[in-house]
Design a protein around this ligand. Structure first.
Ligand code: FMN
Length: 384
């Protein structure tokens, strides 16, 4: 994946923020297929960065069409939703419903929650030929994870984490990635990260909040902790938390020295975040240089619908994406949201009609671009 940039774009880079681990990461993630695909693309956005941009895992929001959309708009890699290793090994139906992938949208990180060595390995073996990394969810802080004894609750049992990672590393043919939260104490976090590195974890995604800091909107991510972890390790680190637009990407990379960033919730509202687009709320009043990007969330949604027509997903996921992407639009015309809520059975006809009605009402809420050269983000990056 390496380089997410085309040769031409590489020449236009203004800064190189990263050191060797990123190159290693790039090499590790790069497949010839992906590189060829990147080179064929005519994406005119000039990224100021050479870093890995990753779409983070989100339960019920990481289905293939949405990953494809984010990939088109410059997420270099994407996670699946968290898959329950136990159910994954036992239920073919679960595997078919929850794990859909395609060659064009790679690299792919497949995330499992687990607390049993053999079960996790069995699950990993089933996906290793379809993905680029297998990830262990070590960060979920929700009650369901406490009950199931997985995610961030495994932080109370570091020997178990150690053997889960070790067993996977020794027996899988793809590298292992861990997505962790930090401990309240920095020393503990560093010891934890070193332990993961020592047992063979190849890439560490650090969500820089503690297990108790569940309210992401209220608690600022701790980028200093990420810097300390990054400095303590040889393996590449992905920084996660408070990445809401490209200025955050730059700020985070500079503050942490990480090899890449991972963003999750903000992409739900704006899947074109990594292509430099941002929603109006992040545009300061005095920033006249920000131009309309000739793209808005309704355009993105239409692209998403087309992908869903090709790669069907449950309607509940589509409904959630409509609410996430059109939230600002519905605030202007709440009766359209009410119509959507009243519609128990969705059809694509109904959804396209919602977009047409919003457009007729003149409810356009544009996305903005900082780089004026970036106005013509081409629609032909992928296959929509
Ligand atoms: C709706 C939603 C679902 C999530 N599901 C997962 C998950 O399955 N696995 C995981 O490791 N993190 C999950 N997360 C956490 C995110 O991947 C990410 O670590 C967190 O939201 C912080 O990043 P952000 O500030 O960019 O959103 C989820 C977050 C959200 C908002």
């Amino acid at each position: 994946m390496a380089s997410p940039l085309t040769a031409k774009e590489s020449q236009s880079q203004t800064r190189t923020l990263h050191l060797d681990p990123l190159q290693d990461l790039n090499d590790a993630l790069c497949s010839d297929h992906h590189q060829q695909q990147q080179e064929q693309q005519t994406f005119s956005y000039k990224s100021p960065l050479r870093c890995l941009t990753v779409r983070g895992p989100m339960v019920d929001n990481s289905e293939l069409p949405f990953r494809m959309l984010c990939h088109k708009y410059r997420a270099d890699a994407a996670y699946t939703s968290m898959l329950h290793s136990h159910i994954f090994t036992e239920s073919e139906k679960y595997r078919e419903q929850e794990f859909t992938t395609c060659m064009e949208v790679r690299p792919l990180f497949v995330q499992f929650c687990a607390n049993d060595l053999e079960v996790l390995l069995d699950a990993g073996k089933r996906v290793e030929t379809h993905c680029d990394y297998v990830d262990i969810n070590l960060g979920c802080p929700q009650r369901i994870a406490r009950r199931g004894n997985y995610g961030a609750f495994l932080m109370d049992n570091l020997p178990l984490i150690k053997s889960l990672v070790e067993n996977l590393v020794q027996n899988l043919n793809v590298p292992v990635l861990c997505k962790v939260r930090i401990f309240p104490n920095l020393e503990d976090t560093i010891k934890y990260a070193r332990m993961l590195e020592d047992v063979g974890c190849s890439l560490l995604a650090v969500h820089s909040r503690t297990r108790d800091e569940k309210d992401q909107k209220k608690v600022q991510a701790n980028w200093e902790a990420i810097r300390a972890v990054k400095n303590a390790l040889r393996i590449p680190v992905l920084a996660n938390g408070n990445i809401r637009h490209m200025d955050d990407v730059c700020g985070c990379l500079e503050a942490t020295g990480a090899g890449g960033v991972l963003s999750a919730e903000s992409l739900l509202e704006n899947p074109a975040l990594f292509a430099g687009f941002q929603t109006a709320k992040w545009v300061a009043k005095n920033e006249e240089s920000r131009k309309y990007g000739k793209l808005d969330q309704a355009d993105l949604l239409v692209e998403y619908f087309k992908l869903c027509e090709q790669y069907p997903v449950p309607w509940r996921m589509i409904r959630a994406h409509v609410h996430n992407m059109l939230g600002d639009w519905f605030r202007i015309h709440p009766h359209i949201r009410e119509d959507l809520n009243a519609q128990n059975i969705l059809t694509f006809g109904f959804l396209y009609d919602i977009i047409d009605r919003l457009r007729e009402l003149g409810a356009g809420v544009p996305l903005h671009l900082k780089d004026t050269n970036a106005e013509t983000v081409s629609a032909n990056r992928l296959f929509v």
